[in-house]
Design a protein around this ligand. Sequence first.
Ligand SMILES: *Cc1c(COP(=O)(O)O)cnc(C)c1O
Length: 389
Amino acid sequence: MNLPTFDIYGVNTPCYVIEEKYLKQNAELLKSVSDITGCKILLAQKAFSMYETYPLLSLYLAGTAASGLYEARLGRERFGGETHVYSPAYKDEDIRELIKYADHFVFNSIGQYNKHRDIVKDKVCGIRVNPRYSTQSGHEIYDPCAKGSRLGQTIAAFEQEAEEYGLEGITGLHFHTLCEQNSDALKITAEEVERQFGRFLPHMKWINFGGGHHITKEGYDIDTLCKTIEHFKQKYSLTVYLEPGEAVALNAGFLIASVIDVISGKADGERDIAILDASAACHMPDVLEMPYRPVVLDDKMNAAGEPDEKAYSYTLAGDTCLAGDTIGAYSFDRPLKAGDRLAFCDMAIYTMCKNNTFNGMPLPSIYYNTDSGINIIKRFGYEDFLSRV
Ligand SMILES: *Cc1c(COP(=O)(O)O)cnc(C)c1O
């Protein structure tokens, strides 16, 4: 577990603090995969798009993957390298703009490509395919292989449209089916893609394995990842792309919150509640959406326990009016009181690019902790709320 290397009482809360040191460790590991295999690794900006870190990340990664116009523009203007874009459907006016920023276009179907083929004729174009081969369970919202998925073409649809439109101009295939998974899941997924789409691969120049690879998590099997990449490279002479989001900034940042008040549950025989200036609904939406339980550190950097594991248990909750705005139940060695600080771990990814001002909640400030010290990068105020409603 990565611990904060800064004073959690030295920042204004709520805030995200991103640590250059941890980001660099991730980036170095990712670069080692591209050095070994010759694959190209892109940052999927939907997970992490704090562009203050792009000058660093661009030293290690080949470029960015975007989900649409704004991310593509951000990638082109702030990161450089290759700019890839995928969208379930491109609007005509967006694709006219997009050609200024993106060099690789992934279409959701051969039909979509055909509709836009004239405007992207100088670009690298590919199709997102969907093997409908699910290797995950539990959170269907994050499973592109779920029944009825709109994300990519099945082999049946692909073959039908290949027949109808031909494949001229299409040089690559893209699949993205994983979420926080190890390379065993990638290996069997890639085998399934090969089984279904293999006859098209000799006509292709590249293949993109999407994201969801937990490469920088402890215990990830890098060797199997590399072998899977090598297989496609050697057998079909393909350039292999990976576009992880999560793995780039995994465990590289914290959300620091202050306790505002503690509500005693004693009279009702219930657990005490600590109300924080950070909200699950607004500042760590995946805690509710995924859902998951973040690791919490007290101000002595001790990890909070399960409820009742340590002496003092609390439900940690946000300062909004949403009844379900709770982060979870935790226990601590000492009682919590107003003014105490807590650190939520692994809060770089899917947080600042996903947060909101529901209930008029202030957006957390953003700090960047580097070799030369901790700096505040962004501070938000009433104007930011006003501009959105
Ligand atoms: C979400 C997404 C990614 C990144 O996924 P992570 O789980 O953050 O690695 C990459 N490519 C596509 C198409 C995605 O939708």
